[in-house]
Design a protein around this ligand. Structure first.
Ligand code: GAL
Length: 939
């Protein structure tokens, strides 16, 4: 995190700033007190800084009927190329559209400070484009528009577009995320603020945003994943009402996954003196680090928007940040530096300071210690600006033979890729929802996240810093060529915006200790051009110029990319689904650090199991079939569910076990990023076509509602070897698989294979007390494996004849008992159970509790295949904002309070009403079942 903060207006108090940061879980700058200060304008400098303006916006879809202008941003429509990574037959690059007129001409100058060559910056056109549109007029009456708080995703609201209907695209989750949307907000700026600078900072708006302030066009930004700023200063009228109008124009066919639509990340108003630190103006590096001392280099870019040169003092004070993300600025700083700086009128100045910190606390995934640098500009005794930058002190070594070393300690990248949606909440950033995702991943032993395939919300990096995740920060899914008609590629955006977007990403994120790699692209068509890819060269050079401390990678799906020279344009080679290439690659490119940018893509539906199960060996997705002589069923094409034995994957992908094997047999391989940690909206492979009903992916280790699938435990077993755990699958309630001598004497008990995921090395399985054998994890030779041997990272009993009762596993490690798990046959569904993930939440209108509902029998055993319809309701100061069950085929609106259980589970997401206190009571009812209630207290 880096942002302007508030300081006291006394030079001798520089070291004693009053902290206005609220304590965790929400870091930085989110304070109601701060907003009041802004509105009351209590004196120069004391009320400068950045405040959230997320609350109280007005919203409407579509342009006004009276609009005569075309506000269309020029896009070059293209024919979709299908799946990424298939670089053969890629269409030719698209020419850059003319940007000398129309809306683009007014938006492009917004990115000027991210274009290195001044000659390539865009002139600001005269005139007031769109100024005659009623919605931008400050006196327009928007009281009829919907009132809402940001972040907001309009695409997640209401019904799914039914399969078969126009716009119903499985790839984007059958959601209406596209179209024009307008947002308006009144800003009250006190008279005393005359002479100050005002910036509107958006963490992300989807997409093609244009901003007007008081009826005047200000600028905008098209790429929906970038964070950006516009300067409102010339339009602001201190002492009067000021009106913001923001228009988004989110194109259809613009994504391979659900992009969401709307101002889906936070919006801030930053107020500074004319002399201030630039946007993302600090860059902190720690070139020398030891246990005794660290050198901290701080580069600060300041700007002077006044008409006279400014001589100021630039001071840095370093404070430790505690485990809850707080810093105590009343304590003495642990390091500091100051110096005199002159900034020319209308110009910028970049200054560097270097300081030594004794006995630094180092940041690492195991102990993520953080510091904050407070940069202060003072002039004649007045504090002009105070800017906080969080950073960590660590070394990272990218060793081509040994993988990733943080402070000299080896960390295998046990990572996941994730898209940005938060399940039923859509893409609207919610701090707690994201934090919950990271907590679940952390519990699994995941230590790394790839922000596939775009810049993440800044909050993700703040959390990753604090929780100790390593981040692969990715910029683009397409370069010169598109994957879908209106995506980023080619003439749509890449050709004119990639430099601005890439520099903005790196300047925003380069102080985060969690970020260890930059990815310039995912499965881009240009990987087939090998060392001749001029785009790869240019992008890598941009990254190096903004941050020479971290390597550049790109996710390569083309097996050829390792032979054709493409990998040599990168500092680190990223393999998508090529576990069998690691050893050969390392032999050939002995000096190249490499890892798997994307692995597995195994697909499953939580709680679904189909028989027969292939064994021994691994299958691919092709429904019912024979593989190497063994019959198997991977999926049910009627219910559109995938079996959860974690053996099935599309043709380009592999099982988790296969990737584990390859990683374990190449110590040089730095690790993997599994596709994906969580299910996401869209891309429901293998049922993505327009007739199929599915809405969300099957790739997740965790389902869309946040319920772990079996695979969670396979990864946990491998990634947390010291954590005693065992997990049995499948569930053990299969009345139709039992022998039934009364009804049908001929019917034998059916073979129901049992797999156990354990961090132990051996396990014994018992069915109703009878041992079915004690087995070790062993190497097997599956018929379809591209490797010679593939270890069973699971222990399997393939010939268990089903019998109701109790299935119990006792796992061993080094001969000693290590962990157990039990699966009991459930009776009839009888009652509901509710469990909130947190029973006390903040009454701030943003905090939420995730309430899990389980259908159980009369003994409290979960009924694993129950699909009962549940009705959720609340009383008290809260509301149910969404429900879900993790079923990829569920097409009832996410806002419905009636939700069918999916294999025993459903979820209600409960939000507190802003500014209220008291207790929310959540109730779940279902016909014929005993009701459940639970309570959530507001703090
Ligand atoms: C990859 C691609 C991902 C996702 C995945 C599904 O090739 O990079 O975005 O589509 O396949 O397996």
């Amino acid at each position: 995190m880096s942002c302007h903060v508030r300081a006291e207006n006394k030079p001798d108090s520089i070291m004693k700033f009053t902290t206005l940061f609220r304590s965790l879980p929400v870091p930085g700058c989110w304070t109601a007190a701060a907003i009041i200060l802004l509105q009351s304008g209590s004196g120069f400098a004391a009320d400068l800084g950045r405040v959230s303006i997320n609350d109280d916006w007005r919203f409407i879809k579509n342009d006004p009927a009276d609009m005569t202008n075309s506000l269309r941003y020029p896009r070059a429509p293209r024919v979709a190329r299908g799946r990424g990574g298939d670089s053969t037959n890629a269409p030719a690059p698209v020419p850059v559209p003319a940007v000398t007129s129309g809306i683009a001409a007014y938006i492009l100058p917004t990115g000027n400070s991210f274009i290195a060559d001044p000659a390539k910056r865009y002139p600001k056109p005269d005139g007031n484009y769109g100024g005659d549109i009623s919605y931008v007029n400050p006196s327009f009456d928007d009281s009829g528009w919907r009132k809402l708080d940001l972040p907001h995703d309009f695409g997640i609201e209401g019904a799914f577009i039914p399969p078969g209907q126009s716009g119903s695209d499985g790839g984007t989750g059958r959601r209406p995320f596209f179209g024009v949307a307008w947002y308006r907000k009144d800003l009250s700026i006190p008279k005393a603020d005359a002479g100050k600078q005002f910036y509107l900072d958006l963490d992300g708006a989807m997409s093609y945003a244009t901003v007007w302030c008081n009826g005047q066009i200000v600028g905008g930004w098209p790429y929906g994943y970038s964070s950006w700023r516009v300067d409102l200063t010339p339009m602001i009228k201190p002492g009067a009402k000021n009106v913001l109008a923001i228009r988004l124009d989110n194109p259809p066919n613009s994504s391979r996954w659900y992009p969401g639509g709307g101002i889906y990340r936070s919006v801030w108003l930053t107020k500074t003196a004319p002399v201030h630190v630039s946007e993302w103006g600090t860059y902190i590096t720690t070139p020398e680090v030891s246990a005794n001392a660290a050198t901290v280099n701080i580069q600060v870019q300041s700007e002077n928007d006044s008409k006279t040169d400014a001589s100021v003092t630039l001071t840095t004070a370093i404070y430790p940040v505690d485990a809850l993300g707080r810093l105590d600025r009343s304590a003495a700083p642990v390091g500091g530096a100051d110096g005199a700086v002159v900034i020319k009128a209308g110009g910028t100045a970049t200054n560097s300071q270097s300081l030594r910190l004794a006995n630094p606390k180092l940041w690492s995934p195991k102990a993520p210690a953080l510091y904050a640098a407070i940069t202060t500009l003072t002039q004649n005794g007045n504090v002009l600006d105070s800017y906080e930058t969080r950073f960590g002190i660590r070394t990272v070594k990218y060793d081509p033979n040994a993988g990733l070393l943080v402070n000299g300690e080896h960390f295998k990248l046990n990572g996941v890729c994730d898209h940005h949606d938060l399940g039923a909440l859509g893409t609207a950033l919610n701090y707690r929802a994201l934090q919950r995702q990271l907590e679940i991943l952390h519990d699994m032993g995941c230590n790394a996240i790839r922000t596939s395939h775009n810049p993440p919300a800044p909050e993700l990096l703040d959390m990753a810093d604090q929780m100790g995740f390593l981040v692969l920060d990715e910029a683009f899914d397409t370069w010169g060529r598109n994957k879908t008609a209106n995506d980023y590629g080619g003439g749509n955006l890449f050709n004119v915006w990639h430099e601005q977007d890439l520099r903005a990403l790196i300047r925003r994120d380069r102080n985060h200790p969690c970020v260890v790699l930059w990815s310039i692209g995912n499965e881009v068509a240009e990987q087939s051009q090998g060392a001749g890819s001029t785009i790869a060269q240019e992008l890598a050079a941009i990254v190096h110029s903004e941050d020479p401390t971290r390597p550049v990678t790109s996710a390569c799906s083309d097996g050829n990319a390792m032979n054709n020279g493409f990998s040599t344009l990168l500092d680190a080679m990223g393999f998508n689904y090529k576990p069998d290439n690691y050893i050969r690659f390392h032999e050939r490119y002995t000096n190249e650090f490499f890892f798997s940018t994307e692995s597995a893509s195994t697909i499953s539906s939580r709680g679904e199991y189909f028989f027969p199960v292939i064994g021994p060996g691994f299958g691919t997705v092709n429904g019912r079939g024979r593989n190497g002589g063994a019959a198997f069923t991977s999926q049910d094409d009627t219910t559109h569910q995938m079996s959860s034995y974690d053996l099935y994957y599309p043709g380009w992908a592999s099982s988790p076990d296969h990737e584990f094997f390859a990683q374990d047999h190449s110590l040089a391989a730095a690790g993997e990023f599994v596709w994906t940690g969580f299910d996401y909206i869209g891309e429901p492979t293998p049922w993505g076509n327009s007739r199929d009903p599915s809405r969300s992916s099957y790739f997740g280790i965790v389902d869309l509602a946040g319920f772990p699938k079996d695979r969670f435990y396979l990864y946990q077993a491998h990634w947390r070897p010291d954590y005693p755990m065992a997990h049995i699958l499948p569930h053990w309630t299969w009345p139709e698989r039992a022998a039934d001598s009364k009804a049908d004497p001929a019917k034998a008990a059916q073979i129901t294979p049992v797999h156990v995921y354990t961090s132990g090395d051996e396990a014994e399985l018992f069915l109703n007390g009878k041992s079915l054998g004690r087995k070790k994890k062993v190497f097997e030779t599956p018929n379809n494996s591209r490797l010679n041997g593939e270890p069973a990272y699971r222990i399997r009993w393939d010939d268990v004849a089903y019998e109701p009762g109790e299935l119990k596993v006792v796992a061993y490690k080094n001969g000693k008992q290590w962990a157990t798990d039990t699966m009991k046959t459930a009776g009839e569904a009888s009652q509901l159970v509710l469990k909130p993930d947190r029973s006390t939440i903040a009454g701030d209108g943003h905090d939420i509790s995730f309430v899990a509902m389980t259908v159980v029998d009369k003994n409290g055993t979960a009924v694993p295949r129950s699909k009962n319809l549940i009705h959720f309701s609340v009383t008290g100061p809260g509301e149910i904002v969404a429900t879900d069950n993790g079923d990829a085929t569920e097409l009832s609106s996410f806002q419905d309070t009636d939700r069918k259980a999916f294999n025993g589970l459903a979820l209600a997401i409960v939000k507190a009403k802003r500014g209220q206190k008291g207790v929310i009571t959540v109730t779940a009812t279902s016909e014929g079942l005993a009701t459940a209630t639970t309570t959530i207290k507001l703090q």
